[in-house]
Structure formats: structure tokens, C-alpha cells
Design a protein around this ligand. Structure first.
Ligand code: SAH
Length: 444
């Protein structure tokens, strides 16, 4: 294939990044914003040994799986990769992705991967938004990074974020412009304002606005507080100091400009305190479904001892505590453990104990009946899996946000005495390629 030439291609699949997979004389071409069943004209922009990358120029015949994108920026923004695919097909793509990982990586045949549990209304589902801020030729841009780039795509009406965010973004933009506040530049590591983080509570009408700055103080902050307070729900305005170079958004210091340094949200009947730095699932509607699945898989009689590894602010631990004898949570971030202890108190739960430490070192020596793990994307260290196997629980419930590391870890457990009973994908991140999965394993 030749670079800069246009080709007509049939799209036969979607890859893990959500790009269409086209074939030209058996040679593979990846074309973003396409879906299987499309016939498209694509301009070849890169040719490698075993594949090429194409840019969609024209849809000759649209796939029946295609749908109209809801956001005008969808094809440019790095946030959504699947908006052009109808929602049922998105859910099937996620189920297939999990099944492929189980078969190819875990090499377990006939694995029961259930259909992905989707949302009734898959929009405005996120409770957390992180907007990079840039100054481009005197214009303050607040948006999301474009695909594979640090260029900003402005999306005032982002369809996956909380609809209330648009107003906050506008207030911040005007404030920065009118007060002539300097904006951070990644290359020179100069300038003040780097990111805007908004966390919102879907059940308690509480919003936290956090500006991440490369310095200590935000000039004219009293004016900003006054303007933000006019927006319904804003109850916490904080500054996060991040003077480090690099892509990590938040630094570890938080200072309050107005209100509290946390917001609260509810999942089912439980109330959780969420601080700017602690992890909280981003899709509250689906989180409730996820945690109920964990509860269902645990199938508790009331006398069980449960170990919840990677417990964050204690969400799953407290969700299970009401149906168990005792729950132990282990988590590495100390602010999250503080939140977890406080969350147990707020909810009147006295049979949960939280341990600060790495799962690698801090698995307590207890007789656990059920072990729940919910690690970050890289999955569990093998030493953690070995410790779990040594505890010999009847059940292991694995919650994962990455099907590839999940499959690797499930393969280890499968070889060490555990049977994979159910694999349940849940759509926590509609319109993106991300997929959450809960797996129930039981001792052979
Ligand atoms: N189960 C929780 C949190 C899951 S996110 C919830 O549903 O809200 C994963 C958590 O693992 C994060 O809170 C992160 O801080 C924590 N973590 C990351 N590495 C860890 C490790 N090595 N040991 C223990 N916890 C870790």
C-alpha cells in the first residue's frame, strides 16, 4: 500500500482501541471511526511492515451497526472511541473483547462470558471530569485531549459528562481570561493553571471544583469563589498544588478556598465521603449494579469473613459488611483508608476493619471465606495471588477494569485450584473501549 493514496476498503472488525480493521489484499489497515460492515474510502497515513493506518475519507456503504454521533467532536476527541457504533453493538464488542482475552490469554475454553450489562440511558454518566487547560495564541482552551495528542478539543456539551459542568467550565474560562491569569505550558513548565477537576455527586447535589496549579496561590481567588458559588450544587472549591513535570494530573497537596474538602455521594443506602485525591468509581449508576453483582456472587449467609483487597474508600467492603460477619479492607493510599474508616462510622457499620498497606505485603493471615480483589489496570502482582491461594477461600471475586490483566490473573488462579464460574462484563464507560468485568471463581 502507498502512503497518501486513497483506497476503498471493507471493514471486518474493530480492534481493542476501537478502530475499524480493514483488509486490502489480505493486508491489515486500521481506520479509526469505522465499524465492521462499513465499506469506506480511506487515505493511508502510515505504512508499517504488517499493517497500515488509514484516515476515513468517505463512507461508501454504512454498516448497519453505525449510528449518528451525539457529539460533534466525537471523531476528534480522545475521550470516546465508539460513539459512531450503536449501543447494542458496543455492548457486544465489550463482551467479545472479554471473551477473546479469556480464550487467548487465560487459555480457558468454554468460559461463560455473559452479555455486557449496559445502561438504559448511556449519556451524562460520569461524576468526574479532568479538563486540561491551555493558552493557544491568547485563547484559553478548556477541553479534552485529542486522540493520541496533547492538542485540546473543546467540548462544551460533552455527552458523557455531567451536564452541569458546562457552566463551570465557562465561569473558569472567563475568570482566567478577564483576570489575565497565566496558563501552564507543558514544554517550558511555566505558567500557573494546569487542569480543572470537577467531581459531582449524583444523589446529593454536591459539586467539587478543583483547580490544579503549578504554584502555591491563585490570584483573585475570592472573585472566582463568588462566581462559582452562584452555580447550584457547588459546595467545595479547592486548589491542588502540582509543581511536578509530567503527565500526572494531581499533586498531593490540597487547599480549600470555599466549603469542605470533600463531597458525599450515595450508592444504594450507603453514604460515602469522597476527597479530591481518593478513588471513586466514575459511573454511579453502573457502580450500584457492579457492587450488587459482587454481593450476589458472594451469596453470603451472614457468618462469613471477607477480605477486600484494593478497597479504596471502603465501598465494596461496606457494601458487603451488612451481609457478612466481618470484612477486612486493604488499601495503599492513606487518605483513602482514612475515608474508609470514616465511611464505616457514617454508615453505622462496626464489623469492618481497614488496613493500610500494599496488597503485596499486607494480606492479613485470616481464615477468609470470600476474597474480593479490585486492582488498578495492571492487575494483581503474582505474590498477591499466591497469598490469596494460601488463604484458600471458598470464593474469589475479581473486579477488573482491564480484561487482559484479568485473564492473566484468572489463568494463575485456574492453575491453582480455582474454577471460573461466571464472567460478567458491565458497561461502566459507554462510548469508550473500556470495560469493567466481575468474575466469580470457586475452589475446586
Ligand atoms: N474497590 C474500590 C477501589 C478500586 S480502585 C472501589 O470500587 O471504589 C483500586 C484501588 O487500589 C485504588 O484505591 C488504589 O489506591 C489501590 N491500590 C493500588 N495499588 C495497590 C496496592 N499495591 N495495594 C493495595 N492497594 C492498591
Amino acid at each position: 500500500m502507498d502512503k497518501n493514496q486513497d483506497y476503498t476498503l471493507e471493514v471486518i472488525d474493530i480492534n481493542n482501541d476501537g478502530a475499524g480493521v480493514g483488509k486490502y489484499n489480505n493486508f491489515t489497515v486500521f481506520i479509526p471511526n469505522c465499524v465492521n460492515g462499513d465499506v469506506v474510502d480511506a487515505k493511508i497515513i502510515k505504512v508499517k511492515k504488517s499493517y497500515a493506518i488509514g484516515k476515513l475519507i468517505n463512507i461508501v456503504t454504512p454498516s448497519p451497526l453505525r449510528t449518528n454521533e451525539l457529539c460533534v467532536q466525537a471523531s476528534k476527541c480522545g475521550g470516546c472511541q465508539l460513539q459512531h457504533i450503536n449501543y447494542d453493538a458496543q455492548l457486544e464488542f465489550k463482551q467479545k473483547r472479554v471473551r477473546d482475552c479469556m480464550e487467548r490469554i487465560a487459555k480457558i475454553k468454554n468460559i461463560p462470558v455473559l452479555p455486557t450489562i449496559g445502561m438504559q440511558n448511556p449519556s451524562n454518566y460520569r461524576n468526574k471530569a479532568q479538563y486540561p487547560i491551555k493558552n493557544v495564541d491568547g485563547v484559553v482552551q478548556i477541553g479534552f485531549f485529542a486522540k493520541k495528542s496533547h492538542r485540546i478539543v473543546e467540548s462544551n456539551e460533552c455527552i458523557i459528562q455531567d451536564a452541569r459542568n458546562a457552566k463551570i467550565v465557562e465561569v473558569i474560562r472567563l475568570f482566567l481570561l478577564e483576570q489575565n491569569i497565566s496558563i501552564y505550558d507543558e514544554m517550558s513548565h511555566k505558567g500557573l493553571v494546569r487542569h480543572l477537576l470537577i467531581k459531582s455527586s449524583f444523589h446529593l447535589n454536591q459539586i467539587m471544583v478543583c483547580l490544579v496549579i503549578n504554584g502555591k496561590k491563585l490570584p483573585k481567588s475570592d472573585l472566582l469563589v463568588k462566581q462559582l458559588c452562584e452555580i447550584d450544587g457547588v459546595c467545595s472549591i479547592v486548589i491542588n498544588n502540582n509543581t511536578n513535570k509530567g503527565n500526572v494530573v494531581l499533586g498531593d497537596k490540597v487547599c480549600v478556598l470555599y466549603g469542605k474538602d470533600f463531597i458525599e455521594d450515595k450508592i444504594s443506602e450507603l453514604v460515602f465521603k469522597i476527597s479530591p485525591l481518593s478513588f471513586f468509581q466514575v459511573n454511579p449508576t453502573q457502580t450500584e449494579i457492579l457492587y450488587n453483582k459482587v454481593l450476589e456472587f458472594a451469596n453470603l449467609a451472614g457468618d462469613e469473613i471477607i477480605l477486600d483487597l484494593y478497597c479504596g474508600i471502603g465501598t465494596i467492603s461496606l457494601f458487603l459488611a451488612k451481609a457478612a460477619k466481618k470484612v477486612y479492607g486493604v488499601e495503599v493510599v492513606s487518605m483513602a483508608i482514612d475515608n474508609a474508616i470514616e465511611n464505616a462510622q457514617i454508615n453505622g457499620i462496626d464489623n469492618a476493619e481497614f488496613i493500610l498497606g500494599k496488597a503485596e505485603d499486607a494480606v492479613p493471615d485470616i481464615k477468609a471465606d470470600v476474597v474480593v480483589v479490585d486492582p488498578p489496570r495492571k492487575g494483581c502482582d503474582e505474590s498477591v495471588l499466591k497469598s490469596i491461594v494460601q488463604l484458600s477461600p471458598n470464593k474469589i471475586i475479581y473486579v477488573s477494569c482491564d480484561p487482559a490483566t484479568l485473564a492473566r490473573d484468572v489463568a494463575f488462579l485456574d492453575k491453582n485450584g480455582y474454577n471460573v464460574d461466571i464472567v460478567q462484563p458491565i458497561d461502566m464507560f459507554p462510548h469508550t473501549t473500556h470495560v469493567e468485568t466481575v468474575v466469580l471463581l470457586s475452589r475446586n
